[in-house]
Design a protein around this ligand. Structure first.
Ligand code: ADP
Ligand code: MG
Length: 730
């Protein structure tokens, strides 16, 4: 029996695994020969490009100026020569379609000359624009199939790099992906547009503080949580393989309650894998910095140093790809799903976000002088206003079928968007709200620009893990972002809503301080007004508590529990106007995303439902029925032997329990199959609602019975690797 059981085979295979790590050390490979060695970076550009071309390219990269088409050929030739020296045979435009994955199309440098020979070629045109057959990517109606063309456009602000493979290498060129009408079919284009929006708005506001900045950009440092489990287990679980999460599995006797995994020592094989991941990423100049065990058994984290959000996005996608690819070499499967195991902590992506000037000033750094404090507090108030006013959009930006399992599951923040400021900043903000000049004579109140505020420590001592959006010393941390998702969406929303708030403040300051009015007094009034109106979004308590849910409702904060609840907020008039005003998404683009997200939700649930049905029918039922047969046979045989027949009551009970559970399971499987097949009439929203209200409960009902059987059926008959095995055998 044992040998035909995939689970038993998996355990046998994995104990034989021997990991070999490549030797990584900075003594044999000096960091300058390693870090960025596969990137067409500034140094390589300076070395290889004619001076004028280099200068023009740098202007484009730094200041976001339009690329002079004249220089494209020169850049392409230099890139090609460099790439070929590094072993590249192909080039690929890499792009980020709405599926949330990384897509790439490879083309060879080889170009036949017509006489049976070939040369290696790469033109400026090929660098700047590509035309992948895009008809199979979701466009949410943006692109009719008869105009299936989509174009990839080179993003010079994200440097090209070489992706290695044992059999050759590829020059990878990061691009934006748009339809022939110029509408965004991807996640990068809106992100770049939102960066322009927040740049312009921040420059405008800085002027009020007497500052001239050439450019302001949002910075992001995304911390990635993930699971690593043995690959043999992964292949023995159709649910992990096809849905990314376990659809069955009884709770293990030991879970994470001992809290002995968090920051514990990293298992050797896992550490070897992490080191190779980091080594690969160093070559690509992805600034990964931190690694540690996370809360759940078999859960880990990797975090980079922050970068401009566009680069952080591309690097984040590369990090996920690299984790998956390298894990495989170590006999591991990297699970990036938000909730691979029920009842065990899920994975998120803490999105640390701030604004920085090109001159190097972090605009969310409190600084130490009153003047800096005033500017800092103004930017903080802009964020507070943005998060309150557009909480629903932030919620949409992190919505997915997977994240629905995680948000509010007593490990991740609830679906209610609120801001944690920490005691110190909260205290200052409270004073600021009351500190209008008219009441300042009561004493103790603060006036901007005249009183010295305490310098905030860079690292606020208290960390509130229960808040979805926390101030952490010199940045905000958006913690509701999910582990598997692209960070482009959440950052596009953040940049846009903050741009709108910055403009609101600039607008008021510009008009209200006309005619020589005292700037500080005007500013004080504006900020105080903002806080009065938006302080409801500030919450420093326990976000996991029931009391907070009640309190949030009293405050009128939206609480969209599921993806389906949140989605309509995306297409409200307010949302369409906001994205339109900042040229981040036009109305069609907004609607296309709404359609794609809902469709994606429905498809995800549908796949899970089909997997649940088939696994229950073909793996779990057979195991249970076999065991039922064994018990029945043994009972009958014992009875036939006629010895102590009076002692068989409990065994009869077991058989009766077993057969009842099997019969119940069959009924629930039939019910699930029925609701999965009958979606009913209606639009994308109606279908998504059906998935949420009919299919998910039906799946849960099947799972409950199957998990019960797991605790009854003989262990050697159970076909699926168990939670205990997957989480604890490393
Ligand atoms: P932790 O939250 O684990 O204590 P840190 O606070 O040091 O770690 O940083 C967490 C993440 O925040 C890192 O990726 C870091 O680079 C990023 N980060 C730090 N400063 C900024 C900033 N100004 N903008 C965006 N991200 C930042
Ligand atoms: Mg953190």
């Amino acid at each position: 029996m044992g040998s035909t059981n995939a689970r038993a085979a998996a355990i046998a295979a994995l104990t034989n695994f021997k990991a070999v790590a490549p030797r990584v050390n900075f003594k044999d490979t000096p960091v300058k020969d390693l870090y960025g060695s596969r990137v067409f970076n500034e140094e390589v550009q300076r070395e290889r490009l004619p001076k004028t071309v280099f200068k023009k390219l740098q202007q484009t990269i730094r200041n976001g100026m339009m690329l002079d088409p004249q220089i494209a050929d020169a850049v392409a030739i230099a890139m090609k020569d460099w790439a070929i020296e590094k072993g590249a045979t192909h080039y690929a435009h890499i792009f980020y379609p709405m599926t949330g994955i990384t897509a790439e199309k490879h083309d060879s440098f080889i170009s036949p000359t017509g006489d049976g020979q070939a040369i290696l070629e790469f033109s400026g045109k090929e660098l700047v624009q590509g035309e992948p057959d895009a008809s199979s990517f979701p466009s949410g109606g943006l692109r009719a199939t008869f105009e299936a063309r989509g174009y990839t456009a080179w993003d010079p602000t994200s440097p090209a790099y070489i992706l290695g493979n044992p059999n050759g290498s590829t020059l990878v060129i990061p691009t934006a992906f748009v339809s022939w009408t110029g509408e965004a079919l991807d996640k990068k284009t809106p992100l770049l547009r939102s960066m322009d929006a927040v740049c312009n708005a921040a420059i405008r506001l800085l002027k009020q503080f007497g500052k001239v900045s050439e450019k302001v950009f949002s910075t992001v440092g995304p911390e990635q949580e993930y699971f690593l489990i043995d690959k043999n287990f992964y292949y023995a679980r159709p649910d992990l393989l096809n849905a990314g999460r376990t659809l069955f599995g009884a709770q293990p006797p030991k879970g994470q309650e001992m809290e002995d995994h968090y920051f514990g020592s990293i298992p050797e094989r896992v550490l070897a894998c992490m080191m190779e991941v980091e080594h690969e990423l160093y070559k690509l100049a992805v600034p990964v910095k931190t690694r540690h065990n996370e809360v759940a058994p078999a859960q880990y984290e990797i975090a980079p140093i922050f970068e401009s959000s566009n680069l952080a996005h591309d690097h984040q996608m590369l990090t996920m790809e690299t984790l998956r690819r390298v894990a495989d070499k170590y006999g591991l499967a990297c699970l990036m799903h938000e909730k691979p195991f029920a009842g065990v902590n899920g994975s998120g992506k803490h999105n640390n976000w701030s604004l920085s000037t090109a001159e190097g000033e972090n605009l969310l750094n409190p600084g130490s002088t009153p003047h800096e404090n005033a500017q800092f507090l103004t930017f903080v108030c802009a964020v507070i206003r943005a998060v309150d006013k557009y909480a629903a959009l932030l919620r949409v930006s992190i919505a997915s079928a997977g994240n629905d399992h995680r948000l509010g599951a007593n490990e991740a923040p609830p679906a209610i968007i609120s801001i944690f400021l920490g005691d110190q900043l909260n205290d200052i903000i409270e004073q600021l709200e009351k500190g209008a000049p008219s009441s300042s004579k009561q004493g103790g109140f603060m006036e901007l620009g005249t009183s010295v505020l305490p310098k905030l420590p860079r690292d606020a001592g208290d960390r509130n893990r229960t808040s979805p959006f926390a101030f952490t010393g010199n940045k905000f941390e958006f913690r509701a972002v999910s582990s598997g998702q692209s960070i482009a969406g959440p950052n596009t929303v953040l940049n846009t809503i903050v741009a709108e708030s910055l403009d609101y403040i600039s607008g008021r300051l510009e008009t209200e301080s006309k005619g020589g009015k005292d700037f500080n007094k005007v500013l004080q009034t504006v900020l105080s007004d903002i806080l009065k109106q938006h302080k409801r979004v500030i919450f420093n308590g326990n976000g996991y508590s029931e009391a907070w849910h009640a309190e949030a409702e009293k405050r009128g904060l939206p609480n969209f529990k599921t993806t389906v609840d949140s989605m309509p907020s995306l297409i409200t008039k307010e949302s369409v106007e906001l994205f339109g005003k900042y040229k981040v998404l036009n109305e069609r683009e907004v609607h296309s995303r709404y359609e794609i997200f809902l469709e994606n939700y429905k498809k995800t649930i549908n796949i899970e439902a089909q997997l649940t049905t088939s696994m229950a029918k073909t793996m779990i039922l057979p195991a249970a029925i076999r065991y039922q047969g064994e018990v029945a046979h043994s009972l009958a045989a014992t009875k036939a032997a006629g010895i102590n027949v009076g002692n068989l009551g409990e065994q009869e009970q077991l058989l009766s329990d077993l057969s009842r559970t099997i019969s119940d399971l069959q009924k629930k499987i039939a019910a699930l199959a029925h609701v999965t097949e009958h979606l009913g009439e209606g639009d994308a929203l109606a279908h998504a609602k059906h998935s949420r209200d009919a299919i998910i409960p039906a799946m849960n009902a099947v799972r409950t019975l199957a998990d019960k059987l797991e605790t009854i059926v003989a262990d050697d008959l159970w076909p699926l690797p168990t939670y205990r095995e997957m989480l604890f055998i490393k």
